[in-house]
Design a protein around this ligand. Sequence first.
Ligand SMILES: C[S@@+](CC[C@H](N)C(=O)[O-])C[C@H]1O[C@@H](n2cnc3c(N)ncnc32)[C@H](O)[C@@H]1O
Length: 271
Amino acid sequence: MVNVRCPLLPYSSVPDTYEGFVKAFRPRSGLDLNFYKPNQMQRRILSFMNSRGFRSYPEFLRALDRDRGLYDAFFKHLTINVTQFFRDAKQWQTLQDDILPSLVRVKFSLRLWSAGCSGGQEPYSLAILLAEHFPAVRPAILATDIDDNVLRQAKEGLYSANDFASTPPEILSKYFSPADHGYRVRDSLKRLVSFQHQDLLTARFETGFDFIACRNVVIYFTEEAKQLLYAKFAESLNLGGILFTGSTEHLFGMSHLGLKPVSPFFYQKNG
Ligand SMILES: C[S@@+](CC[C@H](N)C(=O)[O-])C[C@H]1O[C@@H](n2cnc3c(N)ncnc32)[C@H](O)[C@@H]1O
């Protein structure tokens, strides 16, 4: 939770402004809110503070420092980790019918990355799609997120029925086993995915990916932060590799990155 390399400004000397909160929150969380759209973020923070009865930023910071449960709930509210298996089914069909066949025509070991993976539903969906329809492919799937609580769930692989609204029943019974209050992902799938903590805005990325999914993560990022991120993704992709975005996310004016649209929400690195 706390970045020990930066000294913490005591909450009593934090100005009661959004800018003051952003500056004080960074060493406490590692999250630099300067990369996020200020109007939307401020609204989200104030709505959380109001719902918990906090009247000022310094008072709120003081409570965050003392109450781990409050901190976790706030971090979750900020990062918004709503997701489900096979979210936006139409895009997953395109992935199965068009995108993956063109990738596996060229190679059989694929490196894939779910960036902003939330509780693991997206990377496990990738693993299922490959196991079901491309059994000869050997996938290595990296899955990263900034929120340690969702990563814990992802590693545990325990889900509720709501997560499966877009999942065919035969897939559910094949890749999950019934568990208390839900379903647990089978070990055969778990082995294919490795989860890591990562802040997409500050991390240096690995290279050599054939496929990167970054969906519904950048909604609150500033335009500059998005440009920076997509440029880093372009560098991380192999030639011919694919970037898969969320269903409201279009990469306008990014042809200079060498990413060309091949289908709605799928971009290919020129190769
Ligand atoms: C709405 S979920 C998207 C999950 C999945 N990709 C999907 O489309 O269903 C957004 C995720 O992005 C993560 N996130 C937000 N900012 C991030 C950052 N700077 N670095 C890494 N992950 C981030 C959040 O923690 C959250 O789990």
